[in-house]
Design a binder for this molecule. Structure first.
Ligand SMILES: [Zn+2]
Length: 319
């Protein structure tokens, strides 16, 4: 992934390219914005631009340096992420140690700290010392969708680059024209991902449409309803199912209040949505949507997911 391939972040990319062109890089950057808008892709692209053997500021994507950065195998480009919901001080000390060494390949050392809001206070303090005087040709990129949880002392020492979601209709046409995705599917991906490009592509790779149809046909509209469908599903799949359901009942709500057809996420199933709009009252829809969001939070607490879905189903299947 090079700068040219990141869609919809022209402003952020322009700022980064200007820094690259003028060789005027700060020691620390914070990339903020919701999940799935291209922050990680941009961090890699920046690392490529700095280390490309072809001196291509966009990253040529074919030299051995660019290829290894793409595959997370470059010895001078490190990603630090949290395995246990927290980034601890040891990880930052390790970073500090790496920084004190020369770059293996003579280029830039880049440290990408993913989900930087999970740095513990001790780790943040340690990082602060590094950010105060980063050695030359070292760059730290903090990535977060929750910038308010970062220490102000850290953000004040970094340049903040904001990544924004797309307008959903723009993302829809990119998916349709550049990715040759069928119109209905492109609409679903763009609206279900709320305009987040990376998320839309992930949903596509994960075959979101067939998974969603499975939930609609075998659970929501099932003639003989049962929650058996979820017995063998992973927690992640059940969470996905709840998100599909949330979009479905939100659509029904939106149809009932007469919102524009374009704003319906599941518009390829318009006929089924309209039928259900006649079945549920506003009050019932409110309750269902509330139950879905409560169920998502229960799921975090290791509740039996089949039981959870069965209880939810009782609200939907009223014969
Ligand atoms: Zn290259």
């Amino acid at each position: 992934m090079s700068f040219n391939e990141i869609k919809g972040q022209e402003q952020a990319i322009q700022i980064l390219k200007a820094y690259l062109n003028n060789e005027h890089l700060a020691g620390g950057y914070v990339f903020t914005g919701p999940e799935g808008v291209g922050k990680r892709m941009a961090a890699k692209a920046l690392a490529k631009g700095l280390n490309c053997q072809d001196k291509n500021l966009n990253g040529c994507s074919v030299c051995s340096s660019c290829v290894r950065i793409e595959n997370n195998q470059h010895p001078d480009v490190h990603t630090i992420s949290s395995d246990e919901a927290q980034i601890k001080i040891d990880a930052v000390r390790q970073l500090q140690k790496e920084m004190s060494l020369r770059a293996y390949e003579g280029g830039y050392k880049v440290f990408i700290i993913d989900n930087a809001h999970t740095l513990t206070p001790e780790a943040s303090n340690c990082l602060l010392k590094v950010l105060e005087e980063p050695p030359k040709n070292n760059l730290i990129i903090l990535i977060t969708d929750k910038p308010s949880l970062l220490f102000k002392t850290i953000t004040s020492r970094c340049k903040i680059i904001k990544f924004l979601p797309f307008k959903r209709e723009n993302l829809e046409s990119i998916l349709e024209n550049d990715y040759k995705i069928d119109k209905d599917y492109a609409h679903f991906l763009a609206y279900f991902s709320e305009g987040r490009f990376g998320s839309a592509l992930r949903f596509k790779d994960d075959e979101a449409l067939s998974k969603r149809n499975n939930i609609i046909d075998k659970f929501i509209l099932a003639a003989n309803p049962s929650a058996e469908l979820f017995a063998s599903q992973s927690r992640e799949d059940v969470r996905g199912a709840l998100n599909f359901m949330s979009s479905w009942f939100r659509d029904i709500y939106m149809l009932k209040i007469g919102c524009s057809e374009r704003d319906i996420i599941n518009s390829d199933r318009r006929a089924d949505l309209s039928k259900q709009a006649l079945t549920f009252s506003f009050l019932e829809l409110d309750k269902i949507l509330n139950n879905i969001s409560v169920s998502i939070s229960y799921l975090e607490k290791n509740v039996n997911s089949r039981l959870l879905m069965y209880n939810l189903g009782m609200e939907l299947w009223k014969g």
